[in-house]
Design a protein around this ligand. Structure first.
Ligand code: ST9
Ligand code: ZN
Ligand code: ZN
Length: 339
């Protein structure tokens, strides 16, 4: 029996309360003080893919910094990133995972296409992992359990087989709503063919066709650099926004409000709020478009009737929750007028 296996067995014998205790808060940092030893069943295919992506992204950055790129290629890469991000935030996250609003089929089709461009797994798998994350946050059943540290919750969880509790507890997740959505099921069925075209081939070819970019440069800037940056920005929600930041709504949970993550993840960094009120279509208390572009897109779609039944939380409910369980960082705690 290997050392890692031995430590895994010992850790399984720890009293259950050690697994589910909330992390103590040290200032605004939730330290993973009860880190246990885990068995890492490494999936080398993924490790190699992520190593290639990150080296390729650095090379793409080098090409841009040394001026070996046509101006429109990075501009295109950024626009492509933002568009595909909308498929993840307004689509997979707020619409399909949390049912925070309803969408007519043309909007669902657009969002599913954008989400395919982002390659973060198909909507069905993305939503299943995310619902498990919310239901069993920061336990072994959470696919990217932040108590296992920054690296695991950021990228490491995609390089190893999942903890057995993810499978065991994950079966309790109801996915019947997605099974009834023909657009989600069509995307699932066609994903392995359509995703590589939309996420890698098309973004590399468009700059070549439209403004004569060099194909090698286009691949490393518009495909590899763009995709790797958007993955890392997304992963910050699972890592940084479960480690650093304020807890204005509930100081007893690991999720934090983190403005840097909110900007990088187009509105998904208000994560303490989101874990307390996951059904709010804004995924934040305030609908500030500057740090929440995803909300602007949903509001825009609602104007034309494509999005409807937008769910939100009353100011009074938020106020009561802040005063009862917040960490004191919310303006309600300091401004007399709020109370
Ligand atoms: C990626 C996802 O990056 C990122 C998600 C981020 C979420 C953030 C949320 C915050 C809001 C959004 C912010 C967006 C901001 C955007 C900004 C952009 C600028 N429940 O998984 P398998 C069962 S993906 C229930 O293979 P292994 C199920 O039966 C990146 N059951 O487990 C399943 O079979 P099937 C690209 C579950 O073998 C079976 O187990 N993609 C659950 O341990 C096997 O499942 C990759 O890198 C569950 N939760 O493998 C691919 N899970 O599916 C990565 C599983 O047939 N994935 N089951 O029903 C893999 O290679 C593998 O999943 C693995 C684990 C190696 C990680
Ligand atoms: Zn969520
Ligand atoms: Zn979370």
């Amino acid at each position: 029996m290997s050392i890692s296996r031995t430590s895994f067995v010992l850790s399984e014998m720890l009293p259950a309360k050690n697994i589910d205790d909330n992390l103590p808060t040290i200032g605004t940092y939730s330290a993973p003080v009860k880190r246990r030893d885990y068995e890492w069943q490494i999936v080398w295919r993924n490790v190699l893919a992520f190593v290639y992506l990150h080296i390729g992204a650095l090379y793409g950055l080098y090409l841009m910094l040394t001026g070996n790129v046509k101006l429109w290629t990075p501009v295109f890469a950024v626009i492509f990133t933002i568009l595909s991000a909308m498929g993840v935030t307004a689509g997979a996250h707020r619409l399909w995972a949390h049912r925070a609003y309803k969408a007519r089929w043309p909007l669902r089709l657009v969002l599913a296409t954008l989400q395919t461009m982002a390659f973060q797994n198909h909507i069905y798998e993305w939503v299943r992992d995310h619902r498990v994350h919310h239901k069993f946050t920061e336990t072994d059943a959470d696919p990217h359990n932040a108590r296992r540290g920054f690296f695991f919750s950021h990228i490491g969880w995609l390089m190893v087989r999942k903890h057995k509790e993810v499978f065991e507890k994950g079966v309790s997740i109801d996915m019947s709503d997605l099974e009834k959505d023909p657009i989600v099921m069509l995307q699932k069925k066609t994903y392995l063919v359509v995703m590589p075209i939309l996420c890698f081939v098309l973004p590399a070819l468009l700059p070549v066709w439209l403004w004569g970019e060099d194909p090698w440069t286009s691949w490393y800037v518009a495909s590899i650099w763009r995709y790797t940056v958007s993955l890392n920005f997304t992963w910050l929600v699972n890592s940084a926004a479960h480690i650093w930041g304020n807890k204005p709504y509930d100081k007893s949970i690991g999720a934090t409000d983190n403005v840097t993550v909110a900007i990088c993840a187009v509105g998904e960094g208000w994560h303490n709020y989101h874990h307390v009120f996951p059904w709010d279509y804004k995924a934040a208390e305030l609908g500030n478009y500057r740090t929440n572009l995803s909300t602007a897109v949903i509001d825009f779609a609602a104007k034309y009737g494509w999005a409807y039944d937008l769910k939100t939380v009353s100011a009074e409910m938020i106020r009561r929750r802040v005063l009862r369980t917040g960490d004191g960082s919310h303006p309600i705690n300091t401004k007399e007028d709020f109370i």
